[in-house]
Design a protein around this ligand. Structure first.
Ligand code: GDP
Ligand code: MG
Length: 852
């Protein structure tokens, strides 16, 4: 029917905006003609991007539940921007961003990968216009790799959250949405997989409103021809966009053509536009005025500006929604347009916040107040040339350890002498690079707002802050010494594997690899069990540890035969039932031949929810415990004879070490609130070393735990997991019975997705209620066909499915997928989401006592 639309589109040119879309339509064509060579194009042709002006940069992440289509969408973006010549496919293991052998074998993303490309492609832009440089991070979706998402999100300026059009909002969609919320990241929603049987744009949008608690602003509606998904309707520009399934070439179909061939769709488009304008004019004065003046003919430019203003604070009270099917090349170019149009550049983000002592202040507040030279309060502030944040450390093999950084202030150069304010050392990089998937390109400087990687930093870890100053000093200026950007928290480990090397040489090699592995991924931890001499590697779950083991064998070249590898088991931990009394400890032994002493008092209590609400900025949260340090001023002085930040860190380290082995099973202690009060009165002239201070805290914590155990106040915790099982209705009874009777779990809800009710209202992110009945969504194509919806009948040829949700011990669920397979014939999906640590009681405690 639309074979001639392309020429129609040219004849019915609709001013500048349509021209822009036509330019995009040609984008792919021009690029493939100008591409040289195969695969990802060489950096030399593209590297000008590191000079991009800050307004032209978009640092974005793609976030979603596993399998929603993040990697597929990224791959299509690279292709349509001209960055690659071939479309890689997750199912064929040849995508650009999933480049690790393990990712290609398993078809999943394990590590987040960065890619850089230009949009719109330079080749299609008129002279003088610059394209935007998009630095995109494709993130993993599996819960075991959530630390990987959490460490990348804070350095991004915007995110595209992808939803599976069949499955709607899934467990991790909610989780990553929440993580983005914590970092105030402006977001777009993209409903993917609309080509699939059973896809429902309507349900996806309603679920987004109800579960992500955001008001959906429909910028597009899907274009279904019968029940085939063929393109999208751009509600703002009032055109249809059709795509060729193989090449993704886009055809712009003007409103007039739509009116002739598909009047119902044209009417729906007008309805959608009116709904959008109506909602926007409630919120935005600019649009309100134009609305009143010109009735419904509000210009697309005005609408876009209003949307941008509404989402830029990252509160996600409103979220622009787009539609597509990345696998069949539908909707990707307009999604890229949306990234450029709606997501902020780095200079539009809230100001950088810095932690200094027990306070968090903005960068300008900090510059105004803190950094004057001691004894010269009227002098100008001491300058800082750059502030940047290490968000990831990767062992790249040939190039050694690479520290990924994002600059927030000033620029980094190869000659920079960088102060690591967490490690308290100066370091100099060997190289600074731009990274695109597995390709690197050396650059001289990394300006403000950019993302890059450095080699040659021996000490930098994930979360560290790097500062540079004019000249070459031996020490950082005092006011800057411990200034830090907030580091991501590492979640407590829930599973472990034991490794028992046969020889000392093998053991040394494994220890070296473990050190490097946990430096790359701080959510992997290891220690040597003092009793069994085994090396214990712990992490976030079965998959995480399988992958860690794989990496030890393949990347770090550990020979499997040199050690006995245990099974992956859940990690139990210990907790307190009641507060301890204060324990004072004075440590005054010589340490490595150096005399000294240090003292502190420690009080432990069970961690309560209220401790999180009142979490002080000077507290740290680590492995499920909250540690708070107070450092009182010694009598008769108004100036401390030591650096408080250094002392605080040493006390934290001591407490963390003390909590790592509980008194009952030598298992880590969790859910504990620790107060440490430093005792500076004790004879400072006797030189306390860092080791003395750390040991004072360590021994005080151990003494407090020991006494609690003697008083029978220590319990055992086991990690629980929240599960969602999507299964055929006929298997659901047996599954529910198995979980509650044989697995020690609890079923909390059984849902039939198509019976979800959206007639109520929910509390929106911004505090306002969202009345779900007022959320506009166009009808799905099969809605008119009653038989498909009839109770008991099969939908689009598939079986009626149910969602079973609840919680159960992780130990029982870690390998439950295999068990479910026998109950459902493989027609299920199981999603596990981290739960709480719960107290082991009754028969489970008895069984555990027998085990260990
Ligand atoms: P990720 O885990 O979010 O990165 O998802 P992937 O990109 O790895 O995709 C997961 C699976 O969904 C793969 O088998 C893809 O081929 C498939 N997929 C992705 N996008 C689409 C789509 O638009 N339509 C269909 N039918 N399948 C898709
Ligand atoms: Mg992926």
């Amino acid at each position: 029917m639309f074979t001639t639309v392309s020429s129609h589109a040219c004849r019915h040119g609709q001013g500048k905006l349509l021209l822009r879309l036509l330019v995009l339509k040609n984008a792919r064509l021009c690029n493939s003609n100008s591409s040289i060579g195969k695969g990802i194009r060489s950096y030399a042709t593209e590297h000008a991007h590191h000079e991009a002006r800050i307004e032209n940069i978009r640092n974005i992440g793609i976030i979603a539940h596993v399998d929603a289509g993040k990697t597929t969408t990224t791959e299509r973006m690279l292709y349509h921007s001209g960055r690659t010549r071939h479309i890689g496919n997750v199912d064929h293991g040849n995508t650009t961003t999933d480049f690790l052998p393990m990712e290609r074998e398993r078809g999943i993303t394990i590590q987040s990968a960065a890619v850089t490309f230009q949009w719109p492609p330079k080749s299609v832009l008129p002279n003088g216009q610059e394209s935007k440089t998009i630095n995109l991070i494709d993130t993993p979706g599996h819960q075991d790799f959530r630390y990987e998402v959490d460490r990348c999100l804070p350095i991004l300026d915007g995110a595209v959250c992808i939803m599976d059009g069949v499955k709607g909002v899934e467990t991790h969609t909610e989780r990553v949405w929440q993580s983005a919320h914590l970092s105030n990241i402006p977001r777009l929603l993209y409903v993917n997989k609309l080509d699939r049987d059973g896809a429902s744009f309507k349900r996806a949008v309603q679920e987004a409103a109800a579960r992500l608690k955001t008001w959906p602003l429909l910028c597009q509606i899907p274009w279904w021809q019968k029940d085939e998904f063929v393109g999208v309707i751009d509600v703002i520009h009032e055109v249809g966009l059709r795509f060729s399934k193989n090449s993704g070439a886009m055809t712009v179909v003007p409103k007039e053509t739509l009116a002739t061939h598909n009047p119902a769709l044209k009417d729906e488009m007008e309805k959608a536009r009116l709904q959008l304008i109506d909602k926007l004019s409630d919120q935005d004065e600019g649009i309100m005025e134009e609305y009143l003046e010109r009735d419904i003919n509000v210009s697309s430019g005005t609408i876009k500006k209003a949307i941008r203003r509404l989402i830029i604070d990252g509160e996600a009270k409103f979220t622009p929604v787009f539609a597509g099917s990345s696998l069949t090349n539908i909707g990707v170019q307009p999604l890229l347009e949306a990234v450029v149009d709606y997501l902020p550049n780095p200079s539009e983000r809230p100001e950088l916040r810095l932690i200094t002592g027990s306070k968090t202040v903005t960068f300008s507040e900090f510059m105004e107040t803190a950094p004057k030279k001691k004894g010269a309060p009227h002098q100008k502030p001491e300058p800082v040339l750059s502030v940047s944040h290490v968000f990831k450390v990767v062992d790249s093999g040939a190039r050694g350890l690479m520290s990924w950084v994002r600059t927030y202030h000033g620029s980094l150069s190869r000659s920079s002498h960088m102060w690591n304010s967490n490690m308290h050392v100066f370091e100099k990089p060997q190289n600074i690079m731009h990274v695109s998937a597995k390709d690197y390109h050396d650059i001289q400087t990394l300006p403000t707002g950019h993302i890059g990687a450095m080699t040659g930093l021996k000490q930098a870890r994930t979360g560290d802050t790097l500062l540079t100053f004019p000249g070459h000093q031996a020490q950082a200026p005092e006011a800057y010494r411990s200034v830090r950007i907030k580091a991501p928290e590492t979640p407590p480990a829930v599973a472990f594997i034991s490794i028992e090397p046969y020889t000392k040489t093998a053991g040394d090699k494994i220890v070296d690899a473990l050190q490097r592995l946990s430096r790359e991924d701080p959510s992997i931890r290891w220690h040597k069990d003092e009793r069994s001499e085994q090396l214990i590697l712990s992490g976030m779950g079965l998959l995480h540890l399988e992958i860690a083991q794989d990496r030890l064998l393949t990347h770090y070249k550990i020979e499997k035969e040199t050690a006995i590898w245990g099974d992956i088991e859940v990690e139990y931990s210990e907790c307190l039932f009641a507060p301890t009394r204060p324990h004072h400890h004075e440590y005054d032994r010589a340490l490595r031949g150096v005399a000294g002493r240090a003292a502190c008092a420690v009080l432990l209590e069970p961690l309560e929810a209220c401790h999180h609400d009142t979490l002080l900025e000077s507290s740290i949260e680590r492995d499920g415990n909250v540690i708070h340090v107070s450092i009182p001023l010694p009598e008769d002085t108004d100036e401390l004879p030591f650096d408080t930040e250094t002392v605080r860190q040493q006390l934290f380290n001591g407490a963390i070490a003390g909590l790592s082995r509980g008194p009952r099973r030598s298992a880590p202690v969790r859910k504990c609130h620790v107060h440490i009060t430093f005792d500076p009165e004790k004879d400072w002239s006797k030189n306390s070393t860092g080791g003395h201070i750390t040991n004072a805290a360590l021994f005080a914590v151990r003494a407090a735990l020991k006494e609690a155990h003697e008083n029978a106040q220590v319990g055992i915790l086991e990690p629980f997991t929240n599960f969602t099982i999507h299964c055929p209705e006929e298997a659901s009874h047996a599954i529910q019975h198995d979980i509650s009777s044989a697995r020690g779990g609890q079923v909390m809800e059984v849902r039939k997705p198509e019976e979800d009710d959206y007639s109520g209202s929910v509390d929106g992110q911004g505090g306002e209620r969202i009345d779900l009945t007022r959320v506009y969504v166009p009808p799905d194509p099969y809605e008119g066909v009653q038989s498909l919806r009839d109770e008991g009948k099969k939908m689009s040829g598939s079986v009626r499915m149910l969602h079973i949700m609840g919680k159960a011990p992780l130990k029982e669920m870690m390998k439950y997928d295999g068990h479910l397979r026998s109950m459902t014939g493989g027609r299920h999906t199981l999603t596990l989401d981290p739960g709480e640590f719960e107290l082991v009681t009754g028969p489970r405690e008895k069984a555990l006592a027998l085990e260990g």
